[in-house]
Every structure is written in structure tokens, then in C-alpha cells.
Design a protein around this ligand. Sequence first.
Ligand SMILES: *Cc1c(COP(=O)(O)O)cnc(C)c1O
Length: 361
Amino acid sequence: MSRAEAVIDLGALRHNVALLAAEAPRAATMAVVKADGYGHGALEVAKAALEAGATWLGACSTAEALNLRVAGIRAPMLAWLDAPEEDLAAGIAADVDMSVASLSDLRRVEEAAALSGSRPRIHLKVDTGLSRNGCQPKEWPELVQAAKKHEVVAVWSHLACADDIGHPSIDLQAKRFDDAYDVAREAGLHPMRHIANSAALLTRPDLHHDLVRPGIAIYGLNPVPTDHDLRPVMTFKACVALTKRIPAGESVSYGMTWTAQQDTTLALVPAGYADGVPRALSGRMEVLLGGERRPVVGRVCMDQIVVNCGDDEIQEGAEVILFGPGTKGEPTAREWAELTGTIDYEIVTGMYRPRVRRVFT
Ligand SMILES: *Cc1c(COP(=O)(O)O)cnc(C)c1O
């Protein structure tokens, strides 16, 4: 085993995608694979998701989408946010659908399409309340008019509080979305509609429309407190590089923040904050080692952590699970997120690092 590994369970991913597709039976499913598949590996995730019933893929940048095209993925694909100077022509030529949220977006897409000699496929994005990208309702009729000479595949938007079940903004955004769609219909367009992320897919069937866009849920992390059988896809593990006995009174790691109260066995694990173990977990994390949860003592270093194993016999080379699905008692990405004041999205997405080997099973 290498120093640190992110083991990606593609069987769990397929299970999740099939479950989510079945939750939204009248809609197509777009598997969101931005940020290298939330740190899981976009290409492998994309292939597995398509096998399991997804028919669309969602990327953030055109470059992310193009990587998948170059690797031979033929499914419909949407890219939704590029820097203004990004060259979109290659994306349009490769049949990547473009999100357009403003007249300047539209101009860039038109220029790139002219360069590439291909017809663009456009998803018009309306801002229904998130105030990120998306066209303000006031400017929407003008954008629709300007875009209607093109192939407008969809009208779409994104929710601000879908993970807060019953939040009043959800209905307000849904209403604004309906209004925006009506404007497009009155302009003679017949686009698809999509607004649901994972949370809305799981809790708001009325917002499934023609296409749902689950991200985090395909990776087995549920953003809402429902009991759907989602299975976490990523396990982060390492192994014991060295064991040693230290006498009572000796301290561990930088700053000597932890001192042994009695003689004890320590296991050194070659994974630290450069491998994605947040330093903020110093003194607060546990790992699964030898079938038991054990505390990491002292500070998390750049390259290593130290596990207190008491009087147990620990073999060098033994497997250490830092986080996983939780089914064997190991910590979960959610637990790390709660301990460090973030969300599990950031934990798994942060595991994409050159030092961490990815292993697909
Ligand atoms: C990231 C993203 C999603 C997926 O969101 P999840 O909460 O991970 O399901 C869907 N749509 C857009 C536009 C996104 O940026």
C-alpha cells in the first residue's frame, strides 16, 4: 500500500446513481462531476454513472467537460462557468452544451461558435434568488429574445437553500423559475427545465422537471436528513509506518500538546495535512486501526500523524482507515466536516491531491 490512498467504490457510486434516478423517474439524470468528480475522479465516475442510469453529465468549466470528451465520453454534457477569456470554441465543436446567463455570455458563445463552425446548444440560466451566475428576471425577456435564434435546449436555475427542507426561498425560487419558463414559452421556445440539485431531488419531486442534477448524493453523502440508502463512495486510508513504545511523561508531535500518562504504544501513520488531513483535527480525530477506533494524539503534521494504541500489539504495515462509509465503525467525512466547521463536500473534494493515490474498486 502507498502512503495514503483514496479508495473509490464505483459499485457504491452505481448504486447511488440508480437509486437517485429511480427517485426522479420522469426526469433524466445529470451526474455532476465537476472538480474532478468532487475529488473522486471525474472520468471513472462519469463512466460508472452512465452505466448506472445517468444520461447527462454536468461539469463546471468547459475544460472539465472537454477532458471527458477527449477520453471518449459521448453523453450530453453541460458546462456552466468559465472565465471570460476561456476559449469556448473547442467545447462547442465537441458538443458541450453551454450555459448562458447574460448577453455577454451569449456574445462569447456566438463568437466561439462562429470560430468553430458548429451550432451551439444553449441552456439559458435564470437567477431565481441565489444571486450567483444566472440572469436577473428583469433582463430575462431580452436575453430570451436574443438567444431564440439558437438551439435553446433548456431553461435552468440553481437553488440557494434546498438542503433546508421547507425553507421559504425554495417556493419563491420555484415560482420565479416558472415565470422565467413562461417567458421562454411565450417567445416560442420549447426548452427543457432543470433546477434540482441532490437536496431538491431527494425532497422536492415537484421540482424534478425534465432533468435532475445530483452531485453530492451520487458520492453517497446525503445533504438532507432523509433515510435514503446512499452509500459513501470514498474511503481514505493509510498504513502504519512505524510503531514504538514511549514511557509515561513523554510528549508527542510539535508543540508537545499531548503527554503520555502511562507507558504506551504509538503508531506512526504517513498521512498529514499535505495529504488532506486537516490540521484543525489536531487533538480531535480518531482512526480505525486493528478493528478499533483510536485517538490521534498531538498535532497533525504536514506528512504524518501519531495514533495512541495503548498496550495493544500493532503491526507495522497495518491498515489505518481515516474516514469511510462508517460501516466498520470508522469516522466519516461528515464527522471530519463537523469537527472542522465545514461540509462533507469540502472534505471529499479536498482529497484530490497528487500525494494521495486513487484506487478504484
Ligand atoms: C454543484 C452543482 C450541482 C450539484 O449540487 P449538489 O448539492 O452536490 O447535488 C447542481 N447544479 C449546479 C449548477 C451545481 O453547481
